[in-house]
Design a protein around this ligand. Structure first.
Ligand code: UDP
Ligand code: MG
Length: 154
């Protein structure tokens, strides 16, 4: 393949350092899975930039999941996400957004691949143990939802 002179093949395949937002959901916290899930992040090379355990209100859950406001599962999802403690983490790694989605597995744990967090800890399409940002722009919104600038300045 001919490449424009200004772009080397190295640059084409270069990975960029990315940040993403993950949440250990209330079902996984209840099942004592926090430690196991964090261990998997570290073993896969994600750097933990910031982390907090908290509970969010129904209203805060509706704001976080606003993109799903028109979906049939929105009311139940936001009840669930505000039903108990969660752990929010800001993670950094090359290709973090896609790599986290891969480590999480499919939304429905029943169809998630072996070795994924949702396969191991998820119990239903709603109670699927973990959240992960799905793109650059959603990662930015979701990181700033849970963390202030000073908490990510490292
Ligand atoms: N969800 C649900 N029912 C569905 C689809 C999704 O309860 O049919 C919940 C589930 O907890 C999921 C979240 O809504 O993680 C957000 O849905 P999305 O399609 O963004 O899935 P994700 O990006 O989390 O894999
Ligand atoms: Mg999503």
């Amino acid at each position: 393949m001919m490449l424009p002179a200004a772009i080397t093949s190295d640059e084409l395949f270069m990975k960029t350092l990315e940040r993403t937002l993950t949440i250990v959901k209330p079902d996984a916290v209840r099942r004592n899975a926090i430690g196991d899930i964090i261990e998997q992040f570290e073993k896969r090379g994600f750097r933990i930039l910031a982390m907090k355990m908290l509970e969010i209100s129904k209203h805060q859950a509706e704001h976080f999941y606003a993109v799903h406001a028109h979906k049939s599962f929105f009311n139940s999802l936001t009840d669930f996400m505000s039903s108990g403690p969660i752990v929010a983490l800001a993670l950094e790694k090359e290709n973090a957004i896609a790599d986290l989605r891969q480590l999480m597995g499919a939304t429905n744990p029943a169809s998630a691949e072996e070795g994924t967090i949702r396969k191991k800890w998820g119990s239903s399409i709603e109670r699927n143990a973990i959240h992960g940002s799905d793109a650059d722009d959603t990662a930015r919104f979701e990181l700033s939802f849970f963390f202030a600038g000073y908490e990510l300045a490292q």
